[in-house]
Design a protein around this ligand. Sequence first.
Ligand code: ADP
Length: 256
Amino acid sequence: AQERSARAARLESLGQLAGGIAHDFNNLLAIILNHADFLAEEVSGQAAEDVTRIRGAADRAKALTGQLLVFAKREPTRVEILDLNRVVAEAGELLERTIGENIRLVCHPGPGCMPVRANRGRLDQILLNLVINARDAMPDGGVVVVETDWLNLDERSSSGLPPGRYVRLTVSDTGTGMTAEVRDRLFEPFFTTKPPDRGTGLGLATVYGIVDEAGGTIGVESAPGCGTTFRILLPSAATAETAGHDPAAGPAPGHG
Ligand code: ADP
């Protein structure tokens, strides 16, 4: 648990640093984009094409700083009670398209409705990031399994989470796996082993930020040649406070 909290503290300070930079950078990008728009009205021909390129690059940069802000938990979002099983089922088609043809996607939803207090877009982001990484780790094909189930934690649990009922999301792949060095750093922003045109190193940093903000934890099990399993625990929203609330009926009296 001590190791976990040292790591959490390191990620926390990285988050503050990254969040500060991303915030200032976002403001500068807004100025660049604004002036590119003005310029686009004033020029034509080759110059207009150049302005379009500037715009394109600035837009991509904005997407990156946006992800950093998620990692740093500086972007407020609307939180509602959602059935994780339903979110997984509805993301299925997008995930299928993402993984391509030589990879099989298998979903094992746990029993019943699994209510969590979260933001819809952020849950999709978690699934997408984990599945993209699984795909990238299986260049010759393989299987990705997405699973949900219930978990009860008591006081003696070493997870660092308060006791209670949790929903667990597991994403595993039969890919290359990773070394201990990679495993140790994979939640750090900008840590990537992929070529620059494939990886930003922000995927798992973003996932970490989302899970942490939702009061959960994420763990990973992986070894070279043995595939990888990510396990995410999110507090179940099926508490006394929300009893009787139908998650399908819309937003709950949440925070955020
Ligand atoms: P990116 O995908 O842009 O590199 P991430 O933060 O999502 O950034 O991942 C960081 C690194 O963690 C990856 O570059 C890769 O080395 C490693 N990694 C993540 N998921 C997996 C996986 N399922 N199998 C093997 N390695 C992985």
